[in-house]
Ligand binder design. Structure first.
Ligand SMILES: [Zn+2]
Length: 252
């Protein structure tokens, strides 16, 4: 029951003070249909189970619940620079240069983007589904790091976590029209399959980040039911994964 499986990224491994992770549904206390490690308090899951799951997850990351920042995600391009823990309303990306402050986003098909500036000691996290991608919230977050923390593209390491992959992600024409045709595959009449992760990767590259400094999780949330929650698959019966990034004050 308590065997958590937390996804980590190789490009962050050289930094022992950096804390990061993308939860999976493995382990945890939630019962069917959420079964596993549902970390979304706004789902219809039992609140006590979610709180127990969160406690277990934060403990596994070796951080405390009162060190976290939670954006109330609204599929916007609103980006907040944060200096203290708590809930940030109407926001889908967070940036900080404070130690011992851990940024989070929750996803179930949308993509989490984790960003670390190895020189300026700044971290950021982004929640981007197709709406966020259409608004380029990822690129805007990187530009905001450059403006506010003097981040240089060459010093940014970026991980794009698991979300719904193109083969499983049919959208209608109205949604598809927000994107260049290179991200679309024609599907049933009036519908396309959209590669949101490819859009996000290109938005990162457009800011000058080197390809070798980008890592992606290509496991599809939609067709890996044992590992990930998927809103498209399970609708309101879907739990949420949580991604976290931040660094401890013993930065090395
Ligand atoms: Zn899939």
């Amino acid at each position: 029951m308590n065997n958590l499986e937390i996804k980590t990224f190789n490009l962050f491994k050289p930094f022992p003070s950096l804390v990061h992770g993308l939860s999976t549904r493995k382990g945890g206390f939630s019962k069917s249909p959420y079964n596993g490690l549902n970390l979304g308090l706004h789902t219809d899951d039992d609140k006590d189970a979610v709180l127990k799951n969160r406690k277990m997850y934060f403990k596994a990351l070796n951080i405390k619940p009162d060190q976290l920042v939670f954006p109330e995600q609204v599929h916007s391009d609103h980006i907040a620079i944060v200096n203290e823990p708590g809930i940030i309303q109407q926001c889908d990306a967070l940036i900080t240069n404070r130690a011992d402050l851990f940024l989070s986003v929750q996803t179930a098909d949308c993509f989490p983007v984790l960003i670390f500036d190895t020189e300026q000691k700044a971290a950021a996290i982004v929640h981007s589904g197709w709406r966020g991608a259409a608004k380029n919230i990822t690129g805007k977050t990187i530009e905001k790091m450059k403006r506010n923390f003097n981040s240089q593209s060459d010093n940014l390491l970026i991980a794009v976590g698991a979300g719904i992959q193109q083969s499983c992600y049919q959208v209608n024409k109205k949604t598809a029209m927000n994107f260049d045709e290179k991200y679309l595959l024609p599907d049933t009449p009036g519908h396309y399959k959209l590669d949101v992760q490819a859009v996000i990767i290109d938005q990162i590259l457009e800011t000058g980040v080197r390809p070798e400094n980008i890592e992606r999780d290509t496991v599809c949330t939609h067709c890996n039911e044992g590992l990930y929650f998927s809103y498209r698959r399970n609708k309101n019966n879907s739990g949420r994964m949580m991604s976290v990034i931040g660094f401890k004050n013993n930065f090395v």
